[in-house]
Design a protein around this ligand. Structure first.
Ligand code: HEM
Length: 449
């Protein structure tokens, strides 16, 4: 008040009144602002992180433009059977490494052998991309409202029932000593020693079966397709078989070294039509940095197997099936997958690092043993595929004919002999372990993880 009271009363009085009004005005103003802030702040603090959902931080690898909240989800979800082509287009646009933002999750896509596979060996835990993973907040919804929850639960229930029924039946037979030889022999020994429950045992056996048969079957379908479109490859493979094996017997694994072209056909099939277009996504456990970009902890890293195997810089004319590409490098799929020189690797489809496919030897052997007998005579479109992350050619018509009666008789004879002497008549499984086959290799030992 001091400064105001030195003036005359007449002039001071209204001024004091005015000053009071001004002070009141400011008080009201401050209170209003405080109130508005008090209301807005929680809204902003809720909205701000929400508005960040779907946006790409500046230090992440580049990628396609995002939309608020969904990021790139809309570009992925419509891709259907052709997701691999969209991933390929982005690789051409953004280079060796790009990022996708799907809801709250970051996905890092690796597009070259060198970038991809050095990095990939450093990431470990598995990751998936269901809506509940992309928006973890949705998990707080009542279960009946959570998208896909009921469907996934039902699916899991059925899967578990199936796996458990198979495992428990096998276990019972092993205990009663009526079992036919099978991987479950070792699994039961491991269960007794390591004390894991039947659900876990059932999933080990069940997922092994699933991991093995679809992938190998899709690769073989791809091979049949390739033989129809590239008949010269088929002719050359048949010629090699005629020279090395002849028509009096079937080829065996002992012939591998003498059948380099047929061996290379198996390798080219895995490159030409890799059944897993992104191998398996894995999540980073710690923040990392690569090529100047931040790779945040928890990001899913996806190896773009389709792009790497179809990259014309790495493989000229990639859609041509040409086994001669592999003739100088016939190391086994397992050796190749473990090779420290990633640019020499011919397979990317089995993954890399610690979680590498456990079935590479079986896969390679199955492919080798199956490839030799195919014959085809119609030309379908090689670019029509079905599936998402796991692909196979779309159904196509093929006639597979023996090349001569002699060969047909040979195959039928071997099958009849196998049925009579090797297989159980009902289950069509081995009665005994075939001679010379290594079996029952499990040795109980403590492993510190
Ligand atoms: C062409 C054939 C095959 C392909 C393309 C293939 C591909 C793959 C891929 C990409 C993975 C994931 C690797 C990762 O997590 O990084 C995998 C895992 C696995 N595969 Fe294969 N696979 C094939 C055949 C087989 C066969 C024949 C078996 C066994 C009989 C098998 C057993 C497994 C198992 C047990 C895993 C899980 C390994 C783990 O999670 O630690 N696979 N496979």
């Amino acid at each position: 008040m001091g400064v105001f009271s030195i003036s005359t009363r007449a002039t001071v009085q209204p001024f004091i009144v005015n000053t009071k009004a001004v002070v009141d005005y400011y008080n009201v103003y401050i209170m209003t602002v405080t109130l508005v802030l008090a209301i807005i702040q929680p809204i902003v603090s809720i909205l701000h992180p929400l508005l960040q959902v779907g946006t790409r931080a500046k230090d992440l690898p580049p990628g396609p433009p995002t939309l608020p909240l969904i990021g790139n989800l809309h570009q992925i979800s419509g891709a259907g059977d052709y997701g691999h082509r969209q991933f390929q287009k982005w690789a051409e646009e953004y280079g060796p490494i790009y990022s996708l933002i799907l809801g709250t999750k970051t996905f890092i896509v690796l597009n070259t052998d060198t970038v991809g596979f050095k990095k990939w060996t450093r990431v470990v835990s598995s990751a998936s991309a269901q809506l509940l993973d992309l928006y973890p907040l949705l998990r707080r919804l009542p279960k009946f409202l959570a998208p896909n929850y009921e469907y996934a639960r039902e699916l899991h229930k059925k899967e578990k029932e199936l796996y458990r029924s198979h495992w428990l039946a096998a276990k019972e037979r092993i205990i009663k000593n009526t079992a036919r030889p099978c991987f479950c022999d070792d699994l039961l020994k491991a269960q007794e020693f390591e004390k894991f429950d039947d659900d876990q045992a059932a999933y080990i056996a069940g997922s092994l079966l699933e991991a093995g048969f679809n992938t190998t079957a899709s690769t073989l379908q791809g091979f049949v397709l390739a033989m129809m479109v590239f008949p010269d490859v088929q002719k050359r493979a048949q010629q090699e078989l005629d020279e090395v094996v002849g028509s009096g017997r079937l080829p065996t694994m002992d012939d591998v070294a003498d059948l380099p072209y047929v061996h290379a056909c198996a390798k080219e099939s895995l490159r030409w039509m890799p059944p897993m277009v992104y191998a398996a996504p894995h999540a980073t456990t710690v923040d990392d940095e690569y090529m100047g970009y931040r790779i945040p902890a928890g990001a899913s890293v996806i190896p773009n197997v389709w792009y790497i195997t179809q990259d014309p810089k790495r493989t000229p004319h990639p859609r041509v099936c040409d086994p001669t590409r592999h003739m100088n490098n016939l190391q086994s799929e397992f050796q190749s997958a473990k090779s420290s020189n990633v640019s020499e690797r011919h397979n990317f489809v089995f993954g890399a690092g610690r979680r590498l496919c456990q079935g590479t030897y079986i896969a390679e052997r199955s492919l080798f043993l199956d490839l030799w007998m195919k014959k085809a005579n119609i030309t379908p479109d090689i670019n029509v595929l079905r599936g998402g992350a796991a692909i196979a050619p779309a159904p196509f018509k093929v006639i597979i004919k023996p090349r001569s009666k002699e060969r047909a008789d040979l195959i039928c004879g071997v099958w009849a002999d196998t049925e009579a002497n090797v297989l159980d008549p009902e289950a069509k499984e081995w009665k005994h372990v075939p001679n010379g086959m290594v079996f029952g290799t499990y040795v109980p030992r403590r492993v510190d993880v």
